[in-house]
Design a protein around this ligand. Sequence first.
Ligand code: HXC
Length: 263
Amino acid sequence: MAEKPAESSDILVSTPRDGVLLITLNRPKVLNALRSKLIGEVRAELERAAEDEAVRAVVVTGNERAFAAGADITEMKDKSAVEVLTDTRLAAWQAIGGFPKPIIAAVNGYCLGGGCELAMSMDIIVAGEDARFGQPEINLGIIPGAGGTQRLSRNVGKSLAMKMVLSGEMMRARDALAAGLIAEVVPPELTVERALELAALIATKPPIAVRLAKASVAQSYELPLQQALDYERKAFALCFATEDRLEGVSAFIEKRKPSFKGR
Ligand code: HXC
């Protein structure tokens, strides 16, 4: 997929193809350490993508050595507690987690600290066999600050989350798959290709139903069960107000491929 640099070189952004936008984190010399500028650029690009009808799904990747080795430690070095508390990156992370369209992390190499948190804030993680996930913040005298203690324990359970957060030990892709942290493991050279393929498949689905399905699954991590089931039931009912629902059902009955319009 052809890529052009965005306004700044911390990320590369593709032209959407098959409804899929590819964002590549691009600080290879420092293993894609997530300085504020980079996170801000990802956020801005996702804000554009949310408005762009040509984008129906997004893939975010790094390079073969790292998805991202965490927050930029040099940038964090001299921060005061107040500066950290008011750090706009935390809001940016939340904004990325709230992106309304499907977003897939294609992970090779190190996926650590804020990098692991960034990947976990996305919908699906596809990883290369060489990927390594971890929350090594404890080695720096800090703890995860962008969801690592919360999303990780929801994703892999208490015991494993505690082990990772307290020991800082990394987890290999196969173990991350067994633990439910990620959706698929593939040979490293196929990670981006597979993520793009999956995103392109999702991009063929009815966009409003996709959006509601994503929001409903996301609610399962937010709400008590009865409220989440109620949310799901209403979102399900809302699908019946769409033209795409009529198209999907008609196409099935007429034994043809549906053509979804996002209406
Ligand atoms: C800044 C980093 C970095 C980081 C690596 N680099 N990780 N720079 N911030 N998080 C830089 C190194 O300084 C080095 O620069 C270059 O990238 C290559 O890294 P090496 O260490 O030489 O590579 P290697 O020996 O292969 O070791 C890889 C590694 C190690 C195991 C991933 O780099 C490492 O432990 N990195 C730190 C991981 C970490 O602690 N992450 C959590 C950060 S805290 P030079 O100039 O020397 O070549 C965090 C909090 C999130 O994420 C909070 C969110 C709000």
